[in-house]
Design a protein around this ligand. Structure first.
Ligand SMILES: *Cc1c(COP(=O)(O)O)cnc(C)c1O
Length: 453
């Protein structure tokens, strides 16, 4: 019988991140300039990002050293535990072995500080003193605010208006860590003022908030912009999660048949699964690698694989990815972190090549799964994380039907202690099933850019 909880000693904290770009079945398609449609180079990104991150973004080197300063901060909460969900297995009466990696262990309560700390470090090293960013439900903003404290960085966060109003605790958390947080659309930027003049009651969107943060950073020399997901260097930093998980599964004496993460922009999913995808790509291991997304925002399962902007205003480079269209306005589901219109180009390529699978789940089924998890394993999950739990349960029931002792592992990306209002709505029967209609999908795809056309 394997352990209930598998811990790694601090001495086993990985000292390198894994770059899956070294092992792809084909090269990445280049990002394109938003104006000319021509491939962009490192210099085009220099106003927004430090050169160290830009070089990671375009790197095909397999391993990247984790700087000592970053590892030292990781040690506040890393390595995180890997736990066998025995009581969940029992409740499902499944022969499957289910394990979860607890990324809710971090001070900000999610996996996001893994890249926030690294990004703050590289910006500081190049003399930057201020970073802007956007946040949806507030997880990313609070992670960057947390990271800023270690490097005396001035952090300014544009938070989607509807979340700013509905989730005051995340904003307060950012303030405690010394960051400034504005509701977006805001009066701080030209783009924000333009949106406000058209619609003073705009609830905002992640795309609008990105446009504001980018505009703010582009206008000042002391300021860079930071993104919490989607980009290659973010996936790279998050692989510390999967590299730990691999060592932990070795200690448990098991190897996964199914590897699961919820998918918004792709960072927690990639960080957890890419080190296992390495084995699939280079050693031919038979693993099902599954990205769990919401039916309300079904990017990987229903979007086309196409070039699109990362933001609403069309200021970011065009990236080839699965997308619902940059003008996509998602339904107000509680999993705010999974409402993004696009997906990581690295994940998109691997889905397109058949290395990774994706499945969409509706939010009611996900809340049901999260409540079962709380009442068996004791942990209260973020609504985003609930999608990974739902997927793990479906896979465990499938193993039961097949009578197979499959090993299923998933990334528990964050706790939901600041998201209890969603549980309240679920218990009160106020949550709806949202599935994106074909009509709305066609509408938002009509505006896809056509580079080279
Ligand atoms: C932000 C967030 C996500 C979604 O973002 P990814 O980049 O897809 O990982 C998932 N879970 C939690 C807890 C989050 O905070």
């Amino acid at each position: 019988m394997s352990e209930r909880r598998i811990d790694l000693p601090i001495s086993e904290l990985p000292d390198k991140w894994y770059n899956i770009a070294a092992d792809l079945p084909r090269p990445m398609d280049p990002p394109l300039h938003p104006g000319t449609g021509e491939p962009i180079g490192p210099d085009d990104l220099a106003p927004l990002f430090p050169m160290a991150l830009i070089m990671q973004e375009v790197s095909t080197e397999r391993w990247h050293e984790i700087p000592d300063e970053v590892r030292d901060i990781y040690k506040i909460w890393r390595p995180t535990p890997m736990v066998r969900a025995r009581r969940l297995e029992k409740a499902l009466d499944t022969p499957a072995h289910i394990y979860y990696k607890n990324e809710g262990y971090s001070p900000a309560g999610s996996h996001k500080p893994n890249t926030a700390v690294a990004q703050a470090y590289y910006n500081k090293a190049e003399g930057i003193t201020r970073i802007t960013t956007e946040t949806g439900a507030g997880q990313w903003g609070s992670a960057l605010a947390f990271a800023g404290t270690f490097f005396d960085m001035d952090i300014t966060v544009y938070m989607v208006r509807i979340s700013f109003d509905q989730k005051p605790y995340r904003k307060l958390l950012m303030n405690v860590w010394g960051a400034r947080c504005f509701p977006s659309p805001s009066d701080q930027t030209e783009f924000g003022r333009k949106i406000l003049s058209e619609d003073p009651d705009s609830p905002g969107s992640l795309g609008i908030a990105i446009s504001e943060a980018v505009e703010d950073a582009a206008k000042r020399d002391d300021t860079h912009y930071s993104l919490g997901s989607v980009l290659n260097h973010v996936m790279l930093h998050q692989t510390v999660v999967g590299l730990e998980a691999k060592k932990q599964m070795e200690l448990a004496g098991e190897y996964p048949d199914v590897v699961i993460g919820c998918h918004g922009g792709g960072s927690n999913f990639s960080g957890f699964s890419f080190p296992f995808a390495h084995d699939k790509l280079t050693e031919g291991k038979q693993i099902k690698i599954l990205a769990a997304e919401p039916e309300a925002s079904p990017t990987l399962t229903r979007g086309p694989y196409a070039y699109d902007f990362g933001d609403t205003a069309g200021m970011t480079p065009l990236m080839r990815m699965y997308t619902l269209g940059h003008g996509f306005v998602p339904a107000p589901i509680h999993a705010g972190g999974l409402r993004y219109h696009g997906a990581a180009p690295l994940v998109s390529l691997l889905v397109n090549e058949g290395v990774i699978e994706a499945q969409a789940y509706d939010q009611l089924a996900c809340y049901e799964a999260a409540v079962l998890f709380a009442r068996t394993e004791g942990l209260v999950s973020a609504p985003e994380t609930a999608h990974a739990i739902r997927a793990a349960i479906v896979e465990a029931l499938d193993a039961k039907e097949a009578g197979e002792e499959r090993v299923i592992i998933f990334n528990w990306s964050g706790h939901g202690l600041l998201d209890l209002a969603g549980y309240d709505a679920y218990f009160a029967g106020r949550l709806q099933k949202y599935s994106l209609s074909d009509e709305d999908l066609t509408k938002s795809l009509a505006e896809l850019p056509k580079p080279g056309a």
